[in-house]
Write a protein that binds this ligand. Sequence first.
Ligand code: NAD
Length: 501
Amino acid sequence: MAEQAVPRPVDLPSDLRHFIDGKPASSVDGATFPVADPVTNEVYGRVAAGDAADIDLAVAAAKRAFTDGPWPRLTARERAKILNKIADGIEVRAERLAELETFDTGLPITQARGQAHRAAENFRYFADVIVALHEEAYIVGDKQVNYAIRQPAGVAGLITPWNTPFMLETWKLAPSLASGCTVVLKPAEWSPLSASLLPEIMAEAGVPDGVFNLVHGIGEQAGAALVAHPDVPRISFTGESGTGQIIMRTSAENLKEVSMELGGKSPCVVFADADFDRAVDAAVFGVFSLNGERCTASSRVLVQREIYDRFVEALAARAAAVKVGMPADAATEVGALIHPEHYARVLEYVEIGKREARLVAGGDRPAHLTSGNFLQPTVFADVRPDARIFQEEIFGPVVGVTPFDTEEEAIELANATKYGLAGYVWTKDLQRGHRVARAVQSGMVWINSHNVRDLRTPFGGIKASGVGQEGGVHSIDFYSDVRAIHVAVGDLHTPQFGKQG
Ligand code: NAD
């Protein structure tokens, strides 16, 4: 279609290779896989398809850099300087990064720009954290001093999903490198493009060879080999809950420490006394930003009966007015979904929703976008808690609304899925806000706010949404081994076995 002919970014890389020990590399067996953009679904390039042999090389390089290289032994300040240079490198490329990300993932350009800046901030933030880090010390009377030190754990395996790829890669790279680990990153196969800027950013910043390694590939091959590798003591994974379970099973073989950031089906609970307009703004943004491909999306909106009809009407009207369009267009609010396979899956949920609930907005491809993975923002009302669209993560611009009468019922509904990532509570009653926030079973709750997160706060889910916390010092702890050191400074009595005479 002429209207959908999108110009490709200039100098679009079409041969995406691994980066191992400071050098670009093809796969050992020469294998590649194709990658397409989500607007034309035409192949724009080929990506090196890593498997166990490539992972072996990358892990060996990372292990050498960890054992023999300077990185883990640098002072915090020295590493922080390099992390800040990485942030500089990201910032000067922010526009290019956003352009590539938008082209590759279908995310609206304005949102991709925000993600590029957040990626730089991830490095600046963790640079600050490590120079300000303090350790524990305990004085045991006048006999002993005990203290604990963190030491980098070794080679960290980082496995990332296709939604907001670059931002999530840096969310793992920044703390792992800050902690002194060396890393092997395995980006998602549907969105490998923005990671191709990382090698030059790292090299320019002065990251020594072997500290940062990148292996592309299919999850079940490259990802699985990284998880199974005995020389990788940490796996930080973000992706689907089912994949997380597989990774935990494999990690058990080597007793690896894992950090799991998994799926979600987060509730947005709106009480009748809430600021109606702000709650509508937040509900709309919470589920339709990032194309709805957002782990913390408020994909279940629970509304108190007194305002239910009015809220559904407002949500439907706003959804119908959301601008769906070309990802590179600055006016676009919802772009194209990542891949035809994912698009088909989301459409299937829309069909299921039509049988399970009342469709009040969207439900189809926008009339003006006759090809590409586009979907109208879709709202279902009267969604029952046993509906599949209430229980299952859709990961697209689809939201379900469910009425409730009492606070107890709201909490029960909020907790009625296997997930527990985020929650949002809207009420002017402060006490109720806190009460409900505590009762909602999820790792993060916002009261009268959409998802705005300070990097110092813990990030993570409970139930099927995750294991462990990232963010702030939690991330540094994950990438570190702790050693407790006990020093006798006084006359410490030692029982004298064998001296009974
Ligand atoms: P996915 O689980 O299919 O893939 C994620 C990554 O794991 C990819 O790099 C993939 O190649 C790799 N992988 C797949 N199988 C593997 C295996 N057997 N061993 C090792 N690696 C393997 O997830 P996705 O579809 O890319 O991402 C969407 C999911 O991610 C959604 O469920 C979303 O909620 C979740 N997510 C969670 C967070 C969070 O912070 N909690 C953030 C973003 C996305």
